[in-house]
Design a protein around this ligand. Sequence first.
Ligand code: TUI
Length: 315
Amino acid sequence: MIESVICRDLGIKYPVIQGGMAWVADASLAAAVSEAGGLGIIAGMNMNGEQLRAEIHKAREITSKPFGVNVMLMSPFAAEVAKVVAEEKIPVITTGAGNPGIYMKDWLAAGIKVIPVVASVALARMMEKRGAYAVVAEGGESGGHIGELSTMALVPQVASAVKIPVIAAGGIADGRGMAAAFMLGACAVQSGTRFLVATECTIHENYKKLVLKAGDRETVVTGRRLGHPVRALKNAFVNEFRAKEADMSVTDEELENLGKGALYRAAREGDLETGSFLCGEIAGLVDREQPAREIIEEMCAEAEKLLVGARSLVK
Ligand code: TUI
């Protein structure tokens, strides 16, 4: 069975972490992933402190296995979410879209394993110095907020630069991607897009259908002008955003306002016109709705087979 230091340290069976996707990664999905032997993550992004606390309690009713919380650093609730995770004794935190430096001391004092998502070697090194347990090196193939480098280039550079465990993310949706990530120096993977179509994922049916039928060239990045590029499936909303982004008579504030609520409209209302359906470049590979357990077991079995084969190749 494919196993790594991450499994031993986090108390999980498979080295697979589910991405903490805003408006997507709720108690239902996170608990299903953890129950299946991966590490489920609840998204702290779209909740205030008390809403997150309720979601954590809900997940604990479904599973007694460990799960984590993602603190999205651009969220207006980041500070209260940061406090609640410590109060609730969440064992693992991932962070996204920024530098979690200001929270590190308190989290480490609470005994939490902190796993910042990084998009550069510099931030990975800084996080290692500040006491991070591991880093997620997330390439720009991923959905949602992205950095500049691809997974292929980022993961080995981060793996060479730090001694702490490296978890690869961005464009990983099956055993081939997982095996490749291990070859690049990672000892676990984080997948988001693949879990959008998990049976236990509670997003709107329209969102699942879009991901299931999407091909390889159906995502696009918007928001570079605002300093936070986001990858999503092409649709009317994204087209309008792109046109306005290129139009300098539209102010940054108007652009920010256009984006408000778009993730909610996609994930919870399935609004095909005005929703922003965040999705990774690997969507073309995701063609089946399956229980989280099946997704994880298939991915790990395929990766293991490939890695065993590769070992004999390089002997
Ligand atoms: O955070 C994510 N993915 C997300 S967050 C999100 S919600 C959102 N809503 C509106 C606008 C933007 C986002 C949707 N998807 N992934 C983790 C991630 N973090 N990817 C890349 C990074 C990152 C990028 C730059 C982390 C740090 C960084 O630099 C920070 C620094 O200060 O150096």
